[in-house]
Design a protein around this ligand. Structure first.
Ligand code: GLN
Length: 441
C-alpha cells in the first residue's frame, strides 16, 4: 500500500526551503508568465486591433484587472468550502488554458469571452497556490516569510519574461520570420496557452508530494454528495462567465460591483467569525487591518499600468545608464527585475535577523513598505527638476524610483501573504488570501 505523506512530515523539513516550495514556485512562475503576458497585451490589442479609443481601452483594462482580483475572493471561498486548494487550482488552470486558446483561435471576435475565462480561472488559481505555500510551514516556523519571498521571486520571474515575450511576439519583434504577420496575435495568445499547460503539468506531476495539503474539505462527506457539490461549483463558475463578459464590456457595472464586493467580503468575514474562538477572531481582525492598509499600497503601486505608463511614454528620455531602452518597457519590467534580484536577499536578511532574534514583526515590515513606497514616489516627483525643455526627464531617476518601491513591495507583499496564512484558521485560509488579493481589485 502506498504510504501517505503527512502534513507534519512536510512541515518538519530541514534546510532553508522545502522541496514542495520549489514545485509551487515553478507552477506559479508559469501561471504568472501566462497572466502577465496576457495583461501586457490587452490594452495594445484593444487599441490596435479592436479600434478602441485609449481611454475606453484603459477603462476596460482596469475592469478586467478589478475582476481578476475580485474573483480571487470567490475562488478562495469555494476552495475553502468545497473544492480544496488542489482541485481549485486545477480547475482554474483549465479555465485559463481555455481562455488563452479561445483568444488564440479568434482574438478579435472572441476577445471578451476569452478574457472572461481567464478572469474566472485566475480567481481559482491564484489565491489557492499562495495558501498552499503557507501550509508548508508550522505555525511558528521563522522560515515562512523567507519562503514567501522566494515564491514571490517566482511570481516576478514569470511576470518579467511573460510580459516581455508575449508582447514581442505580437508586435513582430520576436520570431518574426516564423510567425505570419496576420497571425501574430493568435500566436502570442497561443503561446500564453502553452505556457499555462506547462504550469498545470508542473502542478499535476508534483502534487503527490503535498501529501494531505490542499485536499477537499468535504472528504468526510459521502462520495456522491461531495461530487454533486463539486460539479455544481464547476457549473456555477461557467454560468457566471456571460455576466462577466457583460460587466467588463460595461465598466460602470464593474464599478458598482466593486463597491459592493469589498464591504460584502467584510460582512462575510464577520459572519464566519461566529465559528471561531476569540483568540482566532483577534487574529482575523488583525488580518483585516493589514488587508485594508494594503488597499492604499496597491492603489499607488498599480499606477504602473495607468498614470505612470502614460508618464513614461510622454515624459521620459529613453536611456538607462547610457543604454537605449523603451521607457514604458522599463516602467513595466524594472520592478519585476528588481524583485527577482533582491527577493532572495531580503528573505535572507529576515532569516539572519530571526536567528539573532531581532527580526522586525509584520507591522514594522508593513510600515517599512509604506516608507519605501513614499520614497519611490518622492523620486518620481523629483524627476521634474531634471526635465529638459521638451518636457522629458531622466529615465535613470525614474528607474531608481522603482528600485526603491520594490523594497517596499518586498516588505509588504510576500510578508502580507505570509501573514494571511499565519493569522487565519485553517478553515478560512483561502477566503482570507482571496480578501488579500481583493484589496488590489
Ligand atoms: N505582483 C504580484 C502578483 O502578481 C502582486 C499582485 C497584487 O497583489 N496586486 O502576484
Amino acid at each position: 500500500m502506498e504510504s501517505k505523506i503527512t502534513t507534519e512530515q512536510i512541515q518538519n523539513f530541514t534546510g532553508k526551503y522545502p522541496k514542495q516550495l520549489w514545485y509551487l514556485f515553478f507552477s506559479e512562475m508559469w501561471e504568472r508568465f501566462c497572466f502577465y503576458g496576457m495583461r501586457g497585451m490587452l490594452v495594445v490589442f484593444m487599441v490596435s486591433q479592436l479600434s478602441m479609443k485609449d481611454e475606453v481601452a484603459n477603462l476596460q483594462y482596469g475592469a478586467t484587472q478589478a475582476w481578476v482580483y475580485a474573483f480571487t475572493f470567490i475562488g478562495g471561498l469555494f476552495a475553502d468550502k468545497i473544492l480544496g486548494f488542489r482541485k481549485s487550482l486545477f480547475w482554474g488552470g483549465m479555465l485559463m488554458i481555455l481562455g488563452s486558446v479561445i483568444l488564440a483561435v479568434d482574438p478579435k471576435n472572441f476577445f471578451f469571452i476569452g478574457i472572461s475565462f481567464t478572469i474566472v480561472g485566475t480567481g481559482f488559481f491564484k489565491p489557492n497556490i499562495s495558501s498552499m505555500v503557507g501550509q508548508l510551514y508550522k505555525d511558528n516556523d521563522p522560515r515562512r516569510d523567507a519562503g514567501f519571498s522566494l515564491f514571490y521571486a517566482g511570481v516576478n520571474l514569470g511576470a518579467l519574461i511573460g510580459g516581455y515575450i508575449c508582447i514581442a511576439v505580437a508586435n513582430g519583434n520576436l520570431w518574426a520570420s516564423l510567425v505570419p504577420e496576420a497571425l501574430r496575435w493568435n500566436y502570442a495568445f497561443g503561446f500564453a496557452a502553452i505556457v499555462m499547460v506547462i504550469s498545470l503539468l508542473t502542478f499535476t506531476q508534483t502534487q503527490k508530494s503535498l501529501g494531505e495539503i490542499g485536499l477537499s474539505p468535504l472528504l468526510g462527506l459521502e462520495n456522491s454528495k461531495r461530487k454533486l457539490y463539486e460539479v455544481l461549483t464547476y457549473i456555477g463558475s461557467l454560468a457566471i462567465i456571460p455576466i462577466i463578459i457583460m460587466m467588463v464590456a460595461n465598466t460602470v457595472y464593474t464599478d458598482y460591483f466593486m463597491m459592493i464586493i469589498g464591504p460584502a467580503s467584510v460582512v462575510y468575514l464577520f459572519y464566519e467569525m461566529r465559528n471561531f474562538s476569540s483568540s482566532e477572531n483577534k487574529k482575523l481582525l488583525a488580518a483585516l487591518v493589514f488587508i485594508i492598509f494594503s488597499i492604499f499600497f496597491w492603489a499607488f503601486f498599480e499606477q504602473s499600468g495607468g498614470s505612470l505608463s502614460l508618464f513614461a511614454a510622454n515624459n521620459l528620455h529613453n536611456t538607462v545608464l547610457g543604454v537605449e531602452l523603451d521607457p514604458n518597457g522599463v516602467n513595466n519590467s524594472a520592478n519585476s527585475l528588481f524583485v527577482i534580484i533582491f527577493a532572495a536577499l531580503v528573505g535572507m536578511v529576515w532569516l539572519a535577523m530571526a536567528k539573532k532574534k531581532i527580526e522586525p514583526n509584520t507591522v514594522v515590515k508593513f510600515g517599512l513598505g509604506f516608507l519605501f513606497l513614499a520614497g519611490g514616489f518622492w523620486v518620481f516627483y523629483y524627476t521634474k527638476f531634471f526635465a529638459s525643455p521638451d518636457g522629458r526627464t531622466s529615465l535613470d531617476l525614474f528607474t531608481f524610483g522603482w528600485f526603491i518601491i520594490t523594497f517596499g513591495e518586498l516588505c509588504l507583499s510576500p510578508i502580507g501573504m505570509s501573514a494571511m496564512t499565519k493569522l487565519s484558521p485553517q478553515k478560512t485560509q483561502a477566503v482570507i488570501m482571496g480578501m488579500w488579493f481583493l484589496a488590489s481589485a
